[in-house]
Design a protein around this ligand. Structure first.
Ligand code: ATP
Ligand code: MG
Length: 409
């Protein structure tokens, strides 16, 4: 099953009763999905750097869901390999009195991403056609006479469509994701939150009261998706009863969005390139022999993407330009890796992904000999995968009775 099954772009109708929240697509279990998940995170990491450098287009990922559907876990894992610059999460709660005194879209303007940035909307203006519809909050609004008697929710669908169309046509792409958890699975997760001290903070009596409106919410979700799915700003409905599958699918959606954008590092203008080379010559000359060695050493120590094996530089075996040559990079990679390990430079998953994002793909295959030769703490494919694999596990928390049976399927 590809992504098409989960995508609503206006060409088909979403029927909430026919949707299988328990689906795991083509996978039998989590293990089968891990490799693709990791590949997607690596891709997302690389593409976001290009998106940021290019500054052409902003992207918003909107997340909507019932409580306990796993929004926070999805956001934490799928976006975990992104550099904090260029990405921002916004959590939209009950509007403040100031926010309420404006139109319902007002509070979102300041959260729109600049070109090259990603905004994550953890809830959004869609709340105004979800909780706002279910509880008819709009009935408390004081409105001008001309708005009396109109169907406010229907009008909002139109206003949202106009808003998203405007944003798309001015350089902001919006992708909407509904994490669809079943009512039974929500009950199991609530029980686990009540039973597990560490999870107590995640549950409130209010969440449990909202469950009573389940059917009205489902109707509101269905209507919302059918009224606001467009080719340019599609909805994705993600089966969310299995956290690992929801995370995998969302990673696929984010990847596909970035693939569609297809960002590239902007090339330098010929003139700029020339003048930079001139500046470089002058900079090198100003350093003198001793200073130059120091500068090169710093480069190797602090800049993971530009890593050059120190010993190769010291012996004048390689220049930075030469490193860009595929073959040289390949032969230099083992030395780079050793250096990384020795200097304990790999501190975060981000660094790991950054590092593996800058080597030829073939190098990621560990052969037996290499594994045997691995020194303690050395960065190898296995450890990269292990780190990322952890994120596919259930919040990194001990499995509860329900979660473990959930994962055994
Ligand atoms: P968590 O998943 O961690 O519980 P949350 O997103 O549910 O996070 P809450 O502090 O529970 O965060 O508050 C969000 C609440 O705000 C939700 O109940 C949501 O329906 C409500 N909300 C968001 N936007 C609006 C809105 N426009 N009108 C009314 N309520 C809103
Ligand atoms: Mg909540």
């Amino acid at each position: 099953m590809g992504m098409k099954d989960y995508c609503y772009d206006g060409s088909k109708v979403f029927n909430v009763d026919k949707f299988d929240c328990d689906s795991t697509g083509e996978f039998k279990n989590r293990e089968e999905a891990v490799d693709e998940f990791i590949d997607n995170l690596v891709y997302i990491n690389k593409a976001q750097q290009k998106l940021y450098s290019e500054r052409k287009e902003g992207v918003i990922f909107v997340f909507q869901a019932m409580d306990a559907a796993g929004k926070d876990g999805v956001i934490r894992t799928v976006f975990s390999t992104l550099s904090p610059h260029g990405v921002k999460e916004y959590c939209f709660k009950v509007p403040s009195s100031e926010e309420k005194s404006h139109d319902f879209l007002w509070r979102f303007w300041s959260a729109l991403p600049p070109k090259g940035f990603i905004s994550i909307f953890n809830r959004s203006y869609y709340e105004d056609v979800l909780v706002g519809k279910v509880h008819e909050f709009y009935k408390n609004d004081i409105v001008p006479d001309r708005m009396k008697g109109i169907d406010i929710i229907k009008a909002r669908y139109g206003q949202i469509n106009e808003y998203e169309k405007y944003l798309y046509s001015t350089g902001t792409r919006i992708v909407k994701i509904f994490l669809n958890v079943s009512k039974d699975e929500q009950a199991r997760r609530f029980i686990s939150r009540i039973d597990t001290q560490k999870k107590n903070w995640k549950v409130s009596p209010g969440d449990l009261r909202e469950r009573e409106y389940w059917d009205q919410y489902m109707e509101a979700f269905e209507k919302m998706i059918n009224e606001t799915s467009t080719k340019d700003s599609p909805w994705y409905v993600v089966p969310a009863d299995h956290k690992w599958f929801a995370r995998l699918l969302v990673s696929r959606i984010v990847r596909k969005t970035l693939e569609d954008i297809d960002p590239h590092y902007p090339p330098l203008e010929e003139e700029t390139e020339k003048s930079l080379q001139e500046y470089k010559k002058a900079l090198l000359a100003s350093l003198g022999d001793k200073g130059m060695k120091k500068a090169e050493k710093q480069l190797t120590e602090f800049s993971v993407p530009n890593l050059i094996p120190a010993e190769m530089i010291q012996q004048d075996m390689i220049t930075k330009q030469e490193l860009e040559d595929e073959k040289v990079r390949k032969s230099g990679f083992k030395a780079v890796r050793k250096l990384l390990a020795e200097k304990s430079m790999i501190k975060s998953v981000h660094d790991i992904v950054e590092a593996i994002g800058n080597v030829p793909d073939e190098e990621l295959e560990v052969d037996k000999e290499e594994e045997e030769a691995a020194i303690e703490g050395e960065l190898d494919t296995k450890s990269i995968r292990e780190s990322l694999r952890k994120m596919t596990e259930d919040d990194g928390e001990p499995d509860t009775e329900f979660n473990s049976s959930e994962e055994d399927n």
